[in-house]
Design a protein around this ligand. Structure first.
Ligand code: SF4
Ligand code: SF4
Ligand code: SF4
Length: 245
């Protein structure tokens, strides 16, 4: 009898725990579409407007399979909405703007618009010097080796990834120009340049050619990246309308 009661109690705990877990999971899954998007994802190159993107993307993962830099991930329910859709976490691995934009070519539905044929067609977002007080150039701090070593821990199982990360060693102990010099766009000076700041030091200035690939954010050696990408915004949106400057 005592054994029977114990078993019932164990079963109850087991099933109620499972039930609670199920409710939490179901809540996450069912609620996910309604957790509206305060935080925007940085989508892969060519991503169409967000609502259309969510409707068109069939979550096949073709784009991430062809990306040689491991830039693309598929979101899970913890991230709130668009479960299974591709996004880029620039801080861990940006997009390096491959010449033929293979992720777009691989997309079977047009969620990544096939009119995006080359790096300068990309419109992922816009770079912003969000934390100027952390910028090593503005604070006249030479690039520390430890910071470069830390970035070198980002994924690099392929030669193209290693090539990017290895280049950072050339900046160690020098004034920081990494964001401007490592921008992967052809004619990168149309996207970002070092200019003289009011305090006489140098600072990065983002230009209208920036496509928001996030390379500057990934490679920025400041304690927390001083330059970040605002997804889904263009130069006009941020620098003209939001900043009114
Ligand atoms: S352009 Fe290249 S690096 Fe960027 S997401 Fe597409 S495949 Fe990856
Ligand atoms: S990479 Fe970062 S620290 Fe270096 S100049 Fe650019 S924003 Fe400043
Ligand atoms: S400035 Fe930064 S975000 Fe803009 S294109 Fe260059 S590396 Fe990419």
């Amino acid at each position: 009898m005592a054994l029977h009661v114990k078993k019932e109690r164990r079963d109850f705990i087991q099933y109620s725990t499972l039930g609670a877990l199920g409710l939490v999971l179901a809540g996450g899954v069912l609620g996910a579409p309604y957790l509206k998007r305060e935080e925007k994802y940085l989508r892969p190159p060519g991503a169409v407007e967000e609502d259309r993107f969510l409707a068109l993307c069939i979550k096949c993962g073709q784009c991430l399979q062809v990306c040689p830099y491991h830039s693309i991930h598929l979101s899970d329910f913890i991230q709130g909405y668009g479960m299974g859709t591709p996004y880029i976490n620039a801080r861990e691995r940006a997009c390096y703007l491959c010449g033929a934009v293979p992720c777009v070519l691989a997309c079977p539905t047009g969620a990544l618009d096939h009119h995006t044929e080359k790096p300068t067609d990309v419109k992922m977002g816009i770079a912003v010097l969000e934390f100027p007080e952390l910028c090593l150039a503005l604070t006249r701090t030479p690039v520390p080796k430890a910071a470069v070593d830390k970035i070198y821990t980002h994924p690099h199982t392929r030669a193209v990834e290693e090539d990017v990360l290895k280049k950072l060693s050339e900046f160690v102990d020098k004034p920081c120009t990494i964001c401007a010099d490592m921008c992967p766009l052809p004619n990168a000076h149309n996207a970002i340049e070092m200019v003289r700041a009011d305090n006489g030091a140098m600072r990065p200035e983002v230009k209208s050619g920036c496509v928001g690939c996030g390379a500057c954010e990934e490679l920025c050696p400041a304690m927390t990246p001083a330059i970040v990408v605002k997804p889904r915004l263009g130069y006009e949106d941020y620098y003209t309308k939001e900043k009114k400057s």
